[in-house]
Design a protein around this ligand. Structure first.
Ligand code: ZN
Ligand code: ZN
Ligand code: ZN
Length: 378
């Protein structure tokens, strides 16, 4: 039988390994079973995205033994099709329309579990019904166990992140070759979304275009403001390519940037590079944050860098580890995250440079390759 499997799936062995390691992470936390409803975690463990809906689908990964996949009977054909050979590794437990799926879960766990971990984004209606049905089994967060797995990327995941980063670079280069003056932020943002898709993303997740005084607002929503000569424009763009996220920022200037802006940009560029260069195994996340913050402070813009240096990235745009003061976690090979310092002068202008960086055995690899120079656009 040939099954059409989407190109974004890895080999079955990858998911077998992930399921086993998830069981290990649960055991290490005294959790007897992880309850994973449709979410990024579910996709990470099984290689497909089940629809999140009112009928309960729940992957149960026990600390010991074979995982169960509890799902509505009508979803079984789709799940078997998507899972392919991996279906043989799971006990698939379909429930009928008139059955209570929470009692199905209870029957599976009763006598085997004292503590169960619930997926971080599980709907409240499921959490509350599980709590009632599973009583006295204690419910805790599955998040720490799942994050321990997902925060270290394998070489095949880094390949995906690299391809996503290159696709974002392609879109960034393309938009910087276009005319800015006379177009609205909203028009330019829509154009960037087209370019992200054309470059190979399956979905364009965000396209921030913050021009003129708006560039001083890090998460500005594209507006009807018409871009004009003399504007700094912060572009922060990304999408999902084969299941993995891209996220990059560049700043352009419409026309010739004034000296004051150039000086500020120079401080930012040196700081961003210093943080990228600081990345190495054993460095802590907060030390990387300090590397760029220190230089921005010395340059006189300490109060204008109003957010953390970066965030982890993988199947989601924002995930652990966070590159922020207070996170003393040592970096390890396989950590992938953004380095995105910014300087924001309220009411006047702002700038941000963002690259995705991977911690490697030797030091670091910067995945984004598009120019970080201050480019002047028309
Ligand atoms: Zn952000
Ligand atoms: Zn970004
Ligand atoms: Zn980011």
């Amino acid at each position: 039988m040939t099954v059409a499997i989407s190109t974004s799936r890895f080999a079955d062995a990858v998911y077998r390994d992930r399921l086993q390691r998830a069981a290990g992470e649960a055991a290490a936390r005294d959790i007897d079973a992880l309850l994973i409803t449709p979410s990024v975690d579910y996709g990470y463990l099984l290689g497909y995205r089940a629809p999140a809906m009112e009928r309960l689908t729940c992957l149960i990964v026990p600390a010991q033994g074979q995982p169960w996949l509890v799902l509505p009977h009508l979803e079984e054909p789709l799940a078997r099709h998507e899972l392919g050979q991996l279906a043989a590794d799971l006990a698939i437990v379909p429930w009928d329309e008139t059955e209570d799926p929470f009692w199905v879960v209870r029957d599976l766990l009763e006598g085997h579990a004292m503590r169960a971990g619930v997926q971080d984004q599980m709907w409240a209606r499921f959490v509350l019904r599980l709590r009632a049905a599973l009583d006295p089994i204690e419910l805790v967060e599955a998040g720490p166990a799942m994050s321990a797995l997902r925060r270290i990327k394998t070489p095949e995941e880094i390949d995906r992140l690299r391809l996503a980063a290159r696709a974002a670079d392609e879109a960034m280069d393309a938009i910087r070759a276009e005319r800015f003056a006379g177009r609205t932020e909203r028009e330019l943002s829509a154009r960037i979304r087209e370019l992200l898709l054309a470059a190979g993303h399956q979905s364009a997740e965000f396209a921030i275009v913050a021009s003129g005084p708006n560039s001083a607002s890090p998460h500005h929503e594209p507006s009807d403001r018409v871009i004009e000569p003399g504007d700094a424009v912060v572009l922060d763009i990304g999408g999902i390519r084969d299941g993995y996220a891209s996220d990059t920022s560049r700043t352009v200037f419409v026309g010739e940037p004034p000296r004051e802006f150039r000086l500020m940009y120079d401080v930012l560029q040196r700081a961003q590079l210093a943080a990228c260069t600081a990345v190495a195994p054993g460095m802590t996340a907060e030390e990387v944050d300090r590397a760029d913050r220190h230089l921005i402070g010395e340059g006189g813009y300490g109060d204008a860098f109003i957010h953390r240096t970066g965030h982890g990235i993988g199947m989601e745009v924002h995930e652990e580890p966070y590159i922020v003061e207070g996170n003393a976690e040592p970096l390890r090979p396989g950590h992938a995250f953004s380095i995105e310092p910014g300087i924001y002068v309220a009411g006047t202008w702002g700038a941000r440079i963002e690259d995705i960086v991977v911690c490697t055995e030797e030091g670091s690899e910067v995945l984004n390759r598009s120019s970080r120079e201050l480019i002047s656009v028309d």
